[in-house]
Design a protein around this ligand. Structure first.
Ligand SMILES: [Zn+2]
Ligand SMILES: [Zn+2]
Length: 223
């Protein structure tokens, strides 16, 4: 029997995403969130920060079509290779962070423990791309700043923001390729313009909404 503390840390959070099913595994390295978003027998994984077994359990019967990396940092990519190997899903990343996978300095693994390098992605994403998964349309929004190839993924009124936008905070910009002016511009020009009721699912921490962040996020507040 699992003790309660263990159960707490390894529990998936399940969100009401309307037609789509959204599960969050919030116990990745440095507390990163990995999401499984599914519909009609198919799903996509947004960031692979927890073990492939846990992600496959959460996916259940649904076929994992894509492993979409919001950017190339170790806490979001650490289990991408093993998940790809076990499921045959395609690994996708924005071209701006493509070089992070194999480079242990850029992906940060050399700075945080053991240096690791990962296989090249199967395909590259760019701003405005749309992916189809189980009848859902996943829109790719390029939001550089935390790293050059950061993306957010919008599915109707659900927005997965990686390390670009957090509840009442934003991603750090002191790592390789980071740029403070760029992240502020990305958030203000591409995210805060979305419908206020859009739900924000960040790469770390609790979910939020665009309306809440417009009012309360001290970094990007619009008065
Ligand atoms: Zn990051
Ligand atoms: Zn992160």
């Amino acid at each position: 029997m699992k003790d309660r503390l263990h159960f707490f840390w390894t529990a998936a959070k399940i969100f009401d995403g309307g037609n789509m099913e959204i599960k969050c595994l919030p116990y990745g390295m440095f507390g990163s969130n990995s999401y499984i978003i599914g519909n009609q027998g198919e799903c996509a994984v947004v960031d692979a920060g927890v073990g492939s077994g846990d992600i496959m359990d959460a996916a259940g019967e649904k076929k994992i079509k894509y492993i979409i990396l919001t950017h190339g940092h170790i806490d979001h990519i650490c289990c991408a290779d093993e998940l790809k190997e076990k499921t045959g899903a395609k690994v996708l990343i924005h071209e701006g962070d493509a070089g992070f996978l194999a480079d242990s300095m850029k992906n940060g693994s050399a700075l945080f423990g053991a240096a690791r390098s990962f296989k090249a992605a199967d395909d590259f994403l760019k701003d405005g791309d749309t992916l189809e998964v189980g009848g859902m349309q996943l829109q790719i929004i390029h939001t550089p700043g935390h790293s050059p190839g950061c993306i957010c993924i919008r599915v109707d009124k659900q927005l997965f923001t990686g390390d670009t936008l957090f509840r009442m905070s934003i991603g750090r910009t002191d790592l390789e390729g980071g740029n403070h002016r760029e992240i502020i511009d990305s958030i203000q020009s591409k995210l805060l313009v979305l419908a206020e009721e859009t739900v924000v699912y960040p790469g770390h921490g609790e979910s939020s909404t665009i309306g809440f962040e417009k009012k309360h996020n001290p970094f990007v507040r619009i008065r």
